[in-house]
Design a protein around this ligand. Structure first.
Ligand SMILES: Nc1ncnc2c1ncn2[C@@H]1O[C@H](COP(=O)(O)OP(=O)(O)O)[C@@H](O)[C@H]1O
Ligand SMILES: [Mg+2]
Length: 222
């Protein structure tokens, strides 16, 4: 089953939020999901401790450099979608996780500073591709976006597209419900209503489907 690695050297880019949102949507749609929390700050583990884990989700905590590859492989083989959350750094742990990915997702706020640091994730992926002599599919998702796009956002998106980077549509909007994962635990369907829940659910589900399509295409190709 697919291994999805969420990676960006930029802290606060929305990695852990994207991981939880994606995993809970895939589990709701019927997939078994295993989260690997490889961030010493343990954001995902904190989310897991807030409430009962939703059905079909399991959490592995404190995955370190020495055991990341075997942990990913073990859970990859047990039939679950593996989602790996990482610290916002470039490290050997991050590179090892990337080396095992079927898809790397780089969440990125649409500001020049965030994009400048975020695209360094693409260099890390390129290094692993070179070392392993295989293509590692990767995509960027804009996070915390607003309904009205800034010129900066449009410019960054165009520049990524010009470089041939896959940009996931839809982006993840800035929403109270998405930041509330870490307050309430669980998923969007179990948390108390935060702002416009129907909008949040629609955004989350369309994003998860866009990710799923990228995985299915690979499986067909493989
Ligand atoms: N789409 C979003 N809407 C609202 N708040 C968000 C969204 N994505 C992230 N946040 C908030 O931004 C902060 C950083 O997000 P986080 O997922 O922890 O980033 P990272 O894991 O990359 O450090 C957190 O407070 C989180 O709740
Ligand atoms: Mg995080």
């Amino acid at each position: 089953m697919p291994v999805i690695v969420i990676a960006s050297p930029k802290g606060g880019a929305g990695k852990s939020t994207t991981a939880v949102l994606l995993g809970t949507e895939l589990a709701y749609a019927g997939a078994n999901v295993t989260f690997l929390d490889c961030d010493p700050n343990r954001s995902l583990t904190l989310w897991a401790e807030r409430a009962d884990l939703p059905k079909r989700i399991s959490m592995i905590t404190n995955v370190e450099e020495a055991d990341v590859i075997k942990t990913i492989r073990r859970h990859d083989q047990d039939g679950s979608v593996v989602i790996v959350d990482l610290e916002g750094v470039a490290s050997r742990l991050v590179s090892r996780a990337i080396s095992q990915a079927d898809l790397v997702i780089t969440p990125m706020r649409a500001t020049t500073l965030d994009a400048t640091i975020g695209v360094r994730a693409l260099s890390l992926i390129a290094e692993e591709e070179e070392a392993l002599n295989r293509t590692i599919p990767h995509a960027v998702v804009f996070t915390m976006t607003r309904a009205i796009r800034s010129k900066q956002h449009k410019g960054i998106k165009q520049s990524l597209k010009n470089q041939g980077v896959d940009v996931i549509k839809p982006s993840l909007m800035e929403r109270a419900a998405f930041s509330a994962f870490f307050e309430f635990g669980g998923d969007l369907r179990t948390m108390p209503a935060q702002g416009r829940m129907d909008g949040a659910l629609e955004n989350a589900s369309a994003f998860a489907q866009a990710v799923y399509r990228r995985l299915s295409v690979q499986e067909v190709v493989a």
